[in-house]
Design a binder for this molecule. Structure first.
Ligand SMILES: *Cc1c(COP(=O)(O)O)cnc(C)c1O
Length: 392
């Protein structure tokens, strides 16, 4: 069980607003803030290099903590500046040729789809979409029918950005592996709110971000690659950290996931990311997942009771992302009206999940994503504000 009072005391931002945007950029807890700001101050005293050298053990521990979170070795993790950077640095390293097939999920995030379309254009590979079943999840039987040995990579979005669906990752991975395809998991919206155990999910690579459900600083992200596969991939962009210049005409790639990193980094933010992961591990991933699920269900139930409000979430298992529309209101106007009541929600627009939104004829939806630090009373206040909008 999460002690609400303690986590709220650790979250300065939640005292004077109802904060419902952990799917966008969450409120960091005090240890993340103190770690990050403390390091910036130290950089100002002694310079960035000396300050980083003082924290080498703590920097290594960031990967150890992420490894514990995912159940994987530290050296299978690369630290990046965001989820899209992580996703693309793996994706652009996958060898592709004419006729190779890339399968995307219906809920694919725009950044992934754009990268896939670009690589299709430059390599002659083709991009196809896996249909969803009637609940909105990836249709695993339809996927099985699509698979052949030309499928190089299957991209699975664990939890989409625009609503509460959770995809059946393990079933997709088992199917994809039966034809030797790689499985790349976009765990951007699941890490920090749901258990993400890589050995159980059996994916070949995973990308995620720091600022969303993990409550870390902006500009942080991470990539995990299955250890025995790392040696097969040469990232499209290298530097003197991902590789070593060993003779005038040659270089050697880093043997581990470092080959997906670049040397320069926001060290303060990285240390803050480590503090965020440690904060989550101390609370316990299962306790966090239970609290988020309870908040999201309270919200969905309350919204469903308001005439004129439609909850637009799909799936059977739901994440902490609650999406809805209000009759007679543009989603952006709902967001702005709620902001005037100190309630923070966002809008998810068609182009960030184009396939799913187009297929459901949705232009945009309001997105409310409550983390465990949001109190049941906060959610009641949110529901009252939405109810007010529907009154003439
Ligand atoms: C936010 C998001 C991303 C991109 O994360 P960045 O850190 O902004 O690069 C990728 N996939 C999904 C599903 C997202 O919601």
């Amino acid at each position: 069980m999460i002690d609400l009072q303690t986590v709220r005391r650790d979250t300065p931002g939640c005292s004077d607003r109802v904060f419902l945007d952990s799917a966008g950029s969450s409120l960091p807890p005090a240890p993340v803030l103190d770690t990050t700001i403390g390091h910036l101050r130290r950089e100002a005293e002694v310079g960035g290099y000396v300050a980083a050298n003082e924290r080498l053990d703590d920097l290594a521990a960031v990967k150890t903590s992420l490894g514990r979170l995912f159940g994987v070795p530290d050296d299978s993790i690369a630290l990046t500046d965001g989820a899209s950077r992580a996703w693309t640095s793996f994706f652009y390293a996958v060898p592709l040729g004419p006729g190779d097939r890339i399968l995307l999920s219906q809920a694919e995030y725009a950044a992934n789809a754009i990268a896939a379309l670009q690589r299709a254009r430059t390599t002659g590979a083709v991009v196809e979409t896996i249909p969803s079943d009637s609940s909105g999840r990836i249709d695993v039987e339809a996927l099985e029918r699509m698979l052949d040995e030309r499928v190089r990579l299957v991209s699975v979005v664990h939890a989409p950005t625009n609503g509460g669906l959770v995809n059946p990752v393990r079933a997709v991975a088992d199917a994809a592996h039966s034809v030797g395809a790689l499985v790349l998991l976009d765990a951007c919206q699941s890490v920090g709110q749901l258990p993400v155990n890589v050995p159980e999910l059996d994916v070949d690579a995973l990308s995620g971000t720091g600022r969303k459900w993990l409550r870390g600083p902006r500009g942080t992200g991470f990539l995990h690659v299955r250890p025995r596969l790392i040696a097969e991939f040469e990232p499209a962009a290298l530097d003197l950290h991902s590789a070593e210049w060993t003779s005038p005409g040659s270089y050697e790639l880093a043997p581990d996931a470092r080959r997906f990193e670049m040397w320069e980094a926001d060290i303060a933010a990285r240390l803050g990311l480590g503090a965020a992961v440690d904060y989550l591990l101390a609370l316990g991933v299962d306790a966090v997942a239970a609290a988020v699920a309870a908040r999201a269900e309270q919200m969905r139930n309350g919204l469903s009771d308001i005439a004129g409000v439609t909850v637009t979430d799909l799936g059977e298992q739901r994440s902490g992302i609650v999406s809805f529309t209000v009759e007679g209101w543009e989603p952006a106007a709902v967001r702005d009206a709620l902001a005037r009541q100190s309630v923070t929600v966002t809008v998810s627009g068609r182009s960030s999940t184009l396939l799913d939104m187009s297929s459901r004829n949705l232009d945009s939806v309001v997105r409310a994503s409550p983390h465990y630090f949001v109190s049941p009373a906060d959610i009641d206040a949110f529901l009252a504000s939405v109810r007010d909008l529907t009154r003439p």
